[in-house]
Ligand binder design. Structure first.
Ligand code: GLU
Length: 418
């Protein structure tokens, strides 16, 4: 389903701005991205022809540090969607208290219909087109939907060619050989697992609680393996082709092997359910780890979980949110539950800038500390202001961005704020 993610992000910011009683100029700064770039991305097709697709890179805010956020390759990418996702990234990095702002990029293309050579040509062309707008001190891309370390290595290499010097800190999510960080590939999942474990304890859920995960990409697949290893039962899984169900718990490693061999979880030997019915399965924990807008009012009505952890960006619509809140379902919002990736991206950026290499244990323990602190911060705001977790997280993030903007404003800002 298509949702207006930009509208959604702005509505969330407005609600937080009302709660914080922010002045007009701060609201305007939060509404409008700092810098938006739309580019043409020509690349060479396997048949020798040149194809041209549109691409975008939007820096929503650098108030707290360089803009930071992923790069999405998807046929539905629009400048509005990228602006919305960039806005969410500013809130996400602020909730995590990282020294970074928010940005996002995207190319309107179907990468699943492309060969490896075409993808490399496309990615390098995109990197050249946005090279003037990105950099270790200005805007630092990373992977997102349908991009991975392969694409990030190409982007870093292309950027280095444009500026004439290696600059690994320009992009995160690179392979280890190209200056990536240990633990970056599993970071979104590890961060989500940390907030699920802490929230499940708060809610008094059983240690072998049943989990349904929608989406078996980087976040969903790793999370399924981590949670299964923790003793939770993964009773439902899906990818873009369909969903599978086993009330006794799926063998996640076997599902991953099936997906690697045959392209989809649906080839695993288990009961098939529709992707809509997946969301209504009997379980304690539901993790939307696919695309935005996956849970709307109808799906929310059918949800049987007590806890939702948003591993994807923007999976619950506002209508769904209202219904879930009414029904007493606790939702850990995307800006927190999916923030493990950007947090380890921040660690990668710091390592690159300092010429360091941290151990896997150092990365994992720093991530745990950050996630626990952010979750506590959000619960505290929620309790103090009597807000749902999503609004509390946005209030926390917006407050931190606004404080940074105010600190940097000129002497006249007080008058402007009134
Ligand atoms: N695409 C991821 C996100 O939405 C990671 C961004 C990053 O690492 O900069 O949070």
């Amino acid at each position: 389903m298509t949702i207006d993610l930009h509208r959604l992000a702005l509505d969330a910011i407005d609600a937080a701005a009302d709660e914080l009683d922010l002045g007009t100029w701060l609201r305007a700064m939060l509404h409008q991205p700092e810098r938006s770039l739309a580019v043409q991305v020509p690349f060479i097709g396997d048949d020798g022809s040149i194809r041209v697709v549109p691409g975008y890179r939007i820096a929503h805010s650098t108030a707290r540090g360089p803009a930071k956020g992923g790069t999405r390759f998807h046929p539905d990418v629009t400048p509005e969607e990228v602006a919305g996702l960039a806005t969410l990234m500013s809130v996400k990095t602020a909730v995590m208290d990282l020294p970074l702002g928010g940005g996002k990029g995207g190319v309107t293309v179907d990468p699943k219909a492309m060969s490896e050579l075409e993808l490399e040509s496309l990615t390098r062309s995109y990197a050249r087109a946005i090279a003037t707008n990105i950099g270790p001190d200005t805007d630092v891309p990373a992977p997102d939907v349908n991009t991975s370390e392969r694409h990030m290595d190409w982007m870093a290499d292309e950027y280095a060619r444009v500026v004439g010097a290696p600059a690994p800190a320009v992009v995160t999510g690179k392979s280890l050989a190209a200056g990536g960080s240990l633990g970056r590939d599993t970071a979104t999942a590890a961060g989500c697992r940390a907030v699920i474990a802490a929230s499940a304890r708060r809610l008094g859920l059983r240690s072998d609680a049943r989990v349904v995960i929608q989406g078996f990409g980087n976040a969903g697949a790793h999370l399924a393996q981590l949670l299964a290893a923790d003793g939770l039962r993964i009773v439902g899984l899906s990818d873009s082709r369909g969903a599978i169900h086993d009330p006794a718990g799926l063998d996640v490693a076997a599902v991953a092997a099936t997906k690697a061999a045959h392209g989809s979880v649906i080839h695993h030997d288990a009961e098939h359910v529709s992707t809509t019915d997946l969301l209504a399965l009997d379980c304690e924990i539901l993790v939307p780890a696919a695309l935005e807008g996956a849970i709307d009012a109808a799906e929310a009505d059918a949800v049987r979980a007590r806890l939702i952890a948003e591993a994807a960006n923007g999976p619950c619509t506002p209508a769904a949110d209202a219904i879930l809140a009414e029904r007493g379902v606790t939702t850990i919002p995307d800006v927190l539950a999916s923030a493990g990736g950007v947090t380890v991206s921040c660690f990668e950026w710091e390592q690159n800038r300092r010429g360091e290499r941290w151990t896997a244990d150092a990365v994992a323990s720093r991530l745990e500390v950050r996630m626990a602190r952010a979750l506590d911060d959000v619960w505290q705001v929620a309790e103090a202001r009597r807000l749902p977790l999503r609004t509390a997280a946005t209030v926390l993030g917006v407050d931190r961005i606004a404080t940074a903007l105010e600190a940097r404003a000129g002497l006249g800002a007080d008058e402007l704020a009134s």
